[in-house]
Structures are given as structure tokens and as C-alpha cells.
Write a protein that binds this ligand. Structure first.
Ligand SMILES: [Zn+2]
Length: 452
């Protein structure tokens, strides 16, 4: 699972306030599917799956938690909700436009970030304390830890200097060595990426005391910037898989919020995110290296700050994921396929051409047997009862799960009938025929030898 293969893997997270919860739920689903497809005991951490994790605004905060603090998605969801409750609670209730000093309390937000750093502190002594069952929230002394940390997965956070909004964003990275940004703490970087004038007041940080605001207006979808950054960070390595996750800012942003500036902000963020997604779609087409997940409908009425909407966000995201099962299957197959490209085939019983990149099937002989069987029958409407038994119901379910995980098989609505992907079936047939012909040849040779 470690990012060792030559293709660089990037996780890109859009900004979007409390809707960032939707990105996290999507990511959680992707991680769970990877876990299932590989038969792992624990859901993997994104920092172990990606070479670079980056984000803008609240996406930047999530990137910090997943990359710099090495949190699991589940931990991140809990922390994010807690943080949102503390920080995205308006300073005052008013229907007047938000004041330029920010509509939410920056101090509450800073405190919330510091608490999260302490609670999930990755320093050895704190990690050890948590491993023995104790909380580090009150004992950790690393609340002011530096963002820079060459030992974690490359984490990139976008922000813009207030004096130069049209310039390219400043990238805060965990591996950067520039003096100007040295000494920035984790919470300062979190503030810099989310300091939109609409939400929080700007922040002055770094040696030169530069004033930062968040990059959501020009770079709400940071994916293009991250791809460029990855090329420089990992020279000579090709692009592996790029996963870009949106926050449900669809075509039309229509929210019932009396603060006009927030509506305007959302519209601009939606527009820039969509433009980037469109350009990347054109660039990568459907080659599987680039995948974008974004709940396009249903979150329209969720403002950036409406943390009471958590359950509605989660319901819409689940619907989205169930409607986009194929895209998720495709992601899992591509992700695992590229990871194991150079592995050797261990088993002769496994159809070679298809399984070169499928370690899970190689390990699961039941799945391999099922493939061999289906290759000899029709590819459509295969009843489960027709499949050769794998010994126990549990093994059977697991074997079928592996094949579905790679989109080799798809389960019909009735839950007991399967279809095999047409091309998979074709390739299997070719292989089976070759195997059969070779076996036939061996038999003939044997008969010939006995005759002599
Ligand atoms: Zn600590």
C-alpha cells in the first residue's frame, strides 16, 4: 500500500466550509473499498496511500489533518465536525453583510485547530501515550508544532497573499525549505488557507509577516496546482492516480442565506472549481489516471457554516456514492492495478493476462476458480447458484466480493445474479482456449511418446 510504485498519487481537496464533510465521506468510502478489495484488517490511512495530499481553504485543513497529522478519515471526520461546531458558529446573528473582519471567530477556530493538533499529535511520545490508551489533549506540548515536517507524506496547502490576489497562490508545504515561510506552525497554516475575508479575518505569518487570505476564489479546486507541484517534487516520476474531491458546489449555487457576501463567495468558488475540473477532464479524458468525485446535487442549500446540516450532507453523499458505484469500482481497480504492476505472478492456476495487476485475485484462489469457470459459460445473467462452491458461504461471498471490487463482475438488482464485464470475459476466453489447446497438445505428446 505504501506509495512505492513509480506513478505519483495525488489527493486533491476543494474548499467548501462544512460541506468538506461530504469530501471526507467520499474519501472514507474510497478507503473502505480499498481495504475490502485488498482484504486488509484496517482501513488504510490516506497518508499511506498518496504521495501528495493538498487542499484549499477547508480542503487545506483536511489535507493538514490527513497528511501532516497522519489521521485516519474517521478521526478526521470527528475532528472536523467538532471544529466546525466551534469555529463556524457566527460571531453574531445579523442579516447585514459580513464585516470585513470576518463573520466567524478566528480565535475560536485557532483554539480548535490547536486542540486537534494535541489530540492527534504524531510526535513519538504522544503517539505512544495514545497507543497505551491515554488521551494527549491535555498533556501534549506540541500545540505550536511547525507545519514543516519532512517525514510525513508531502502535504500542500494553498493560500493567497492579500496584497496580490491575482498572483499564483503561495504553497505551504511540509517539505519546503524557503526561509520566508520557515517557522509557520500547523495552526497558522490552517488559518492562512481558510482566512477568506468573508469568514475569518486575514492572518499575518512567516518571517516577512505576510498577510494571507484563503485561495478559494481563484483556486478553490487546487488539483491543477497540485499536479504541477508534484512534477517538481517528484521529477522523473510519471503521474499515477489523481483523485480530486469536490464539496458539492454544483452548477447553480442557490442558498437561503441573508449574508449576500457568502452567496457571492459560494458562486465564485463553484465557478472556479468547475473550470478546473473541466480542464482536467479534457486533459486526461477517461484514461483512469484522473478521477473527480463531487456531489453535484442536494447540497445547494447548505451554507459554508451550517453545521446543523451534517446529517443531510451525509445522506446526499451516500446517495451520490450509490449512484456512482461504477466510478468507484474503476478507481479501486486502477489504484490497485498500478500499485502492483511489477509484481510477479505466483500461481499458474490464475489466468495470466488479466491478473497481472490484481494481487487480490492472485491471493484469492476461490476468486481465480470462479473466473476460470465463468470464462467457459456465458457472460450475462449468471445465477449465483450455478457457480462452483468455494467450500463455505463466507469464502464464496469473499471471492465474489473481490471480483466485484475489480468490476470483473457486477451484481444485478436481485442480488443473486451476476454479469461479467464483456471485455474481461473475452480476454478470459482467449486465455482459457490457449490453456485448453496447450493441455490438448500435452496429451497428444504423451500419447505419442507412449506409442514409441
Ligand atoms: Zn504532542
Amino acid at each position: 500500500m505504501a506509495p512505492h510504485s513509480d506513478g505519483v498519487r495525488i489527493l486533491s481537496l476543494d474548499g467548501g466550509g462544512i460541506r468538506g464533510l461530504s469530501s471526507l465521506l467520499i474519501l472514507e468510502h474510497l478507503m473502505e473499498r480499498l481495504c475490502e478489495a485488498q482484504g486488509l484488517k484496517e482501513v488504510p490511512r490516506p497518508c499511506d496511500c498518496f504521495d501528495m495530499i493538498g487542499g484549499t481553504s477547508t480542503g487545506g485543513i483536511i489535507a493538514i489533518m490527513l497528511g501532516r497529522l497522519r489521521m485516519t478519515v474517521d478521526e478526521c471526520i470527528r475532528a472536523y465536525r467538532k471544529m466546525a461546531e466551534q469555529a463556524f458558529t457566527p460571531k453574531r446573528t445579523t442579516w447585514l453583510p459580513a464585516s470585513p473582519s470576518g463573520a466567524f471567530s478566528a480565535t475560536a477556530f485557532e483554539a480548535a485547530i490547536r486542540d486537534t493538533v494535541k489530540e492527534f499529535c504524531p510526535e513519538a511520545e504522544c503517539a505512544a501515550r495514545r497507543a497505551s490508551g491515554h488521551s494527549t489533549t491535555s498533556t501534549c506540548m506540541h500545540g505550536e508544532a511547525e507545519f514543516r515536517d519532512p517525514s510525513c507524506t508531502s502535504t500542500v496547502v494553498l493560500a493567497i497573499t492579500k496584497d496580490n490576489v491575482d498572483a499564483r497562490p503561495t504553497l505551504f508545504t511540509t517539505y519546503n525549505t524557503s526561509m520566508a515561510l520557515s517557522g509557520c506552525t500547523i495552526w497558522q497554516v490552517a488559518r492562512a488557507t481558510s482566512a477568506a475575508t468573508t469568514f475569518f479575518k486575514p492572518i499575518h505569518i512567516g518571517r516577512d509577516d505576510v498577510e494571507f487570505i484563503d485561495a478559494a476564489f481563484g483556486y478553490n479546486n487546487p488539483c491543477e496546482v497540485l499536479i504541477e507541484e508534484a512534477r517538481q517534487r517528484f521529477p522523473g516520476r510519471p503521474l499515477g492516480q489523481v483523485v480530486s474531491i469536490g464539496t458539492g458546489l454544483g452548477d447553480v449555487v442557490s442558498i437561503d442565506d441573508t449574508r449576500f457576501s457568502i452567496i457571492k463567495a459560494l458562486k465564485e468558488m463553484a465557478t472556479t472549481s468547475k473550470a478546473v475540473a473541466g480542464r482536467l477532464d479534457d486533459r486526461f479524458g477517461g484514461d483512469g489516471r484522473y478521477v473527480r468525485f463531487n456531489v453535484e446535487r442536494g447540497l445547494e442549500d447548505t451554507t459554508l457554516s451550517d453545521w446543523n446540516k451534517a446529517s443531510s450532507i451525509s445522506a446526499h453523499t451516500r446517495n451520490y456514492l450509490s449512484d456512482n458505484r461504477r466510478a468507484v469500482d474503476q478507481f479501486v481497480a486502477t489504484f490497485l492495478g498500478r500499485d502492483q504492476q511489477r509484481d510477479e505472478i505466483e500461481s499458474e492456476a490464475v489466468p495470466r493476462p488479466l491478473l497481472l495487476n490484481r494481487p487480490c485475485i492472485r491471493k484469492n484462489q476461490d476468486a481465480a476458480k470462479l473466473l476460470g469457470f465463468i470464462a467457459r459459460v456465458e457472460s450475462k445473467a449468471i445465477p449465483r447458484s450455478m457457480l462452483p462452491s468455494a467450500g463455505s458461504e463466507q469464502r464464496m461471498t469473499r471471492a465474489i466480493g473481490v471480483l466485484c471490487g475489480y468490476s470483473f463482475l457486477s451484481r444485478r438488482e436481485d442480488g443473486t445474479t451476476y454479469d461479467m464485464h464483456r471485455l474481461v470475459h473475452l480476454a478470459l476466453r482467449v486465455w482459457v482456449n490457449k490453456q485448453d489447446a496447450a493441455a490438448e497438445q500435452r496429451r497428444e505428446d504423451l500419447v505419442e511418446a507412449e506409442r514409441q
